[in-house]
Write a protein that binds this ligand. Structure first.
Ligand code: TYD
Length: 206
């Protein structure tokens, strides 16, 4: 694939503050003249928004342990084909709130699905991020922040043990992909300081 753009993903546990930082980064890059597309998973397409609604609804129950993961994959495949690849081919910077590392952290780490199964499905994924920012915080602190915002969704209502498994899997992903994944701690740090760390990393990689 001819892709002159850059694909940058943001990852992290609940309440870590990805959305705020992504909006600021998108505004800053746009101001500096870079063409930016800000998108997210699940829900980066119209089809994905419908999936997102089902997946995050606290009253949703899945009876196969694989259904949830298949929905995230369906969301991702449509998103890649219709949003991410076209934007990269046009030379844009694609900023994506969650991508494939979320499936590893949440479905393999959190839900404890076999990693081989997820790895096989990932062979359907045609692209890898050029750069991933992992925003990190203790899960207790993240959930406290999320509780202050809105009604908790199906994931935010999970047990603390689940959130710790997700966080630990993210730390493993970081350790195994030091070239691509940059960890930025958000504990005891101001939103401004986190933002300036993110800007340094992104500008060094553009
Ligand atoms: P969202 O509101 O986007 O989460 P946040 O605001 O914390 O970024 O909700 C997406 C939820 O879906 C989030 O709890 C993580 C979960 N998720 C997975 O479990 N697997 C995935 O592959 C993706 C993309 C998200």
């Amino acid at each position: 694939m001819n892709r002159s753009g850059k694909f940058i993903t943001f990852e992290g546990v609940e309440g870590v503050g990805k959305t705020t930082q992504l909006q600021r980064l998108s505004a800053l890059l746009t101001e500096r003249g870079f063409p930016v597309v800000l998108t997210r998973e699940p829900g980066g397409t119209r089809f994905g928004q419908q999936l997102r609604h089902i997946i995050l609804d606290p009253s949703t129950r899945f009876y196969s342990k694989y259904t949830e993961m298949m929905l995230f994959m369906a969301d991702r495949l449509e998103h890649i084909e219709t949003v991410i690849i076209p934007a990269l081919q046009m030379g844009k910077i694609v900023l994506c709130d969650r991508f494939l590392d979320s499936t590893v952290a949440y479905q393999v780490g959190g839900r404890q699905l076999p990693s081989e199964f997820v790895d096989q499905l990932h062979q359907l994924i045609a692209i890898q991020p050029d750069l991933t920012i992992l925003l990190d915080v203790e899960p207790e602190e993240g959930i406290r922040r999320a509780q202050g915002r809105a009604k908790l969704d199906r994931f935010e209502q999970e047990t603390m043990a689940f959130h710790h498994r997700v966080r630990n899997k993210y730390l493993e992903i970081h350790a195994a992909n030091l070239g691509r994944v940059h960890r930025v701690s958000t504990s005891n740090t101001s939103i401004d300081d986190v933002f300036s760390s993110i800007v340094d990393i992104v500008m060094n990689n553009l």
